[in-house]
Design a protein around this ligand. Sequence first.
Ligand code: FAD
Length: 287
Amino acid sequence: MKITNIFKTQERTYSFEFFPPKDETAAVDFGINVGQLMKLTPSFVSVTYGAGGSTQERTFALVDFLQNKIGLNTMAHYTCVNASSEKIAKDLNYLKEIGIKNLMLLRGDPPKGQGAFIPHPEGFAHASELVEFAKHQHPFCIGGGAYPDKHPEALDFDTDIVNLKRKVDAGADFLITQLFFINERYFTLVKKAREAGIRCRIIPGIIPITSYGQIKRFGDMSGSTIPEELIRQMEPYQNNPDKIYQIGMDYAIRQCRDLLVMGAPGIHFYTLNKSRATIEIFESLLK
Ligand code: FAD
């Protein structure tokens, strides 16, 4: 089912993001974790597309499995890194043929060591171009990325919003945010987006910090600001993983509760293919 049709009956959606497991052992672990998460009956699930298309085969195989064998509403991520429009057309046609109705379309990041994004000579420079191309090819339901902390390459927040509007005008049906930790930034993004004429749902993307090393990793990965107060709270417990986990979970639970109370249309969980943290947050929201 198209995610926009799910929106018609669900005021709030709860969705889980996975990445394709890298080998057989990881696949078994993935199966166990996904099995646990399925009990939460997510509104939809999504599968990431590795940098530069590195996971293409596994992404496509996993969306096929989740959609057609498990029966979940599944969204395939796809990027324009290293892809000509001819290749994109072929890939999207394949996804359509295996019954994928929902796509998360992204520009993608430049490969490591390559400073700026260099588009394929016969491809696209921005996600909005990919969205427009896909929409003309087939009436997919399309999600796009949005950035509460501003996209790291954008000159400023307002310019990023202008570009976000381009993406929606090109055919994005809804937006999911990059991970973030300061709710005020999400609500500012929503306010500015509405002022710019963006009407679609903007779903917050959430990840709990469950280990000390993730503080730096998540910050580097997403360009998101980790609140000083949270870092200060965790610092004394660097060698106490249980305590770090608890502090991270308390923070994530408060963050999700606040988002929902203040009107966010659901939560998209970056699960990192693990079930425990997502289940704990999810269950605490039902209390
Ligand atoms: P764009 O929307 O093209 O924006 C990128 C930059 O270009 C921004 O600074 C924007 O302001 C600017 N820009 C946009 N349009 C224009 C224009 N017309 N003129 C000038 N400037 C413009 N990456 C993966 O590799 N695989 C994944 O599976 C994946 N999943 C993601 C899921 C979500 C929910 C999010 C938020 C991100 C995901 N990413 C993924 C990361 C994403 O690929 C990077 O953040 C990438 O740097 C930007 O992608 P985008 O689609 O937001 O790009």
